[in-house]
Design a protein around this ligand. Structure first.
Ligand code: EPS
Length: 382
């Protein structure tokens, strides 16, 4: 499978084209729209999210609710376009002067994009914007729906925002709380502390980042491969996760703390039960060994930096006069960590499905499902 997206943050639409999806897979538009709405939520979001009401239009590759095997084309309307039509117009009537950005924001693509493409900073920030992740969620949701039909489950939680850390558990009640929580946290003490911290950041013109965790459950061993560097699943997942705007680090399982212990405290002893097959007594590896799933849940953690647009701006240099001055302030979010969780879930789903399609015959959903179920049986009968 592969996909491309196009579209500017304040342009008319976001578009996406994906291909390689098996034919005959059930795709529900309402489920995609639900994921898009989930991405728009979160207590730290800014004014833009009051304007947008993201919904997908499926233009090709799906008929009667089933994929046809042809490329799938998708679009999402930017409702804010109505306020930017003149500024963002593609023809020579475009107003290139108003909303021109001369003071690049530290932490954004602004300055380097300007030097690299020799173009006005607005052209850089329009495409570098995290608005593009709306389309990546829509595309990834097609993968989520196919994975769910195979019995694979993807969930996620926010582990910390700024200085507020959650006590994480793994009980059904805990995960229900995560789902119901605007912050996507399950620690009952969490929400209040997070609201107070958000208030403090907002009043100081500051922004907030955090640490997020994705879990992929009910996988089978052997997705990805050790035989070549670019087939290693952890490498591919890391690239997908790091490609999301503002994500600065990624780790699997125990992550960086694995470097602090003797090997016997890090590696996961192998067990065996007739009927279940091989399993591990722990999951410090985060479900991946040798670039392949080992059958345990894949556990990915990622850190999101605080959003670089600051209402109390840092200093920068004016591109024309070279004077030191304050960076420009674009309307922005104070914290988008819960939204990023939705995005990470969807980019991870894409990579996992990709690895499944590489292992099994996948021109059609029936072939894929049969091969998956056969292999599942084989693994449990060993
Ligand atoms: C973003 C800046 C803000 C965010 C935007 C990402 O946009 P605006 O300047 O229009 O207020 O709202 O996120 C989205 C539009 C979105 O859909 O997530 C940025 O600079 O990356």
């Amino acid at each position: 499978m592969r996909y491309l997206t196009a579209g500017e943050s304040h342009g008319p639409k976001l578009v996406g084209i994906l291909e390689g999806v098996p034919s005959g897979a059930k795709i529900d538009k309402a489920t995609i729209d639900q994921a898009l709405q989930e991405r728009q939520k979160g207590p730290g979001r800014g004014g833009r999210m009051k304007i947008e009401k993201d919904q997908i239009t499926i233009l090709s590759g799906v008929r009667g609710g089933l994929t046809t095997g042809a490329p799938i084309a998708l679009e999402i309307i930017n409702r804010d376009w109505a306020n930017w039509e003149k500024i963002m117009a593609w023809g020579d009537e475009a107003d290139l002067e108003s909303r021109k950005v001369m003071t690049p924001r530290p932490g954004h693509a602004d300055l380097t994009g300007y030097l690299k493409y020799r173009t006005e900073v607005r052209n850089v920030l329009e495409r570098a914007s995290a608005r593009e992740t709306a389309m990546r969620v829509a595309i990834g949701n097609i993968a989520v729906q196919i994975l769910e039909a195979l019995g694979v489950e993807i969930r996620g939680q926010v582990l910390s925002v700024g200085k507020v850390h959650m006590d994480s558990e793994d009980t059904p009640e805990y995960w229900q709380r995560v789902q119901a929580s605007e912050w996507k946290v399950g620690d009952p003490k969490g929400e209040e502390a997070l609201d107070a911290q958000l208030q403090e950041a907002r009043s100081q013109g500051e922004s907030l980042g955090g640490v997020l965790q994705i879990q992929v459950r009910n996988l089978l061993p052997g997705l990805g491969s050790y035989v070549q560097w670019d087939r290693k699943l952890d490498g591919r997942l890391a690239q997908a996760v790091l490609s999301v705007q503002a994500i600065k680090g990624v780790a699997f399982g125990m992550g960086f703390t694995a470097g602090q212990h003797f090997g016997s405290k890090v590696h996961d002893p192998i067990g065996y039960d007739r009927g279940r097959g091989y399993y591990r007594y722990s999951n410090n590896a985060g479900g991946i060994e040798g670039g392949m799933t080992n059958g345990e849940p894949v556990i990915i953690e990622a850190v999101m930096k605080p959003i670089p647009t600051l209402y109390s701006p840092l200093s920068t240099v004016n591109l024309e006069t070279k004077e030191v001055m304050e960076a420009s302030v674009e309307r922005s979010d104070v914290c988008a960590v819960p939204a990023a969780l939705v995005v990470l879930k969807h980019v991870a789903a894409w990579e996992i499905l990709q690895a499944i399609l590489e292992k099994f015959p996948a021109d059609t959903w029936d072939e894929l499902n049969k091969a998956w179920q056969d292999y599942k049986r084989f693994v449990s009968e060993q």
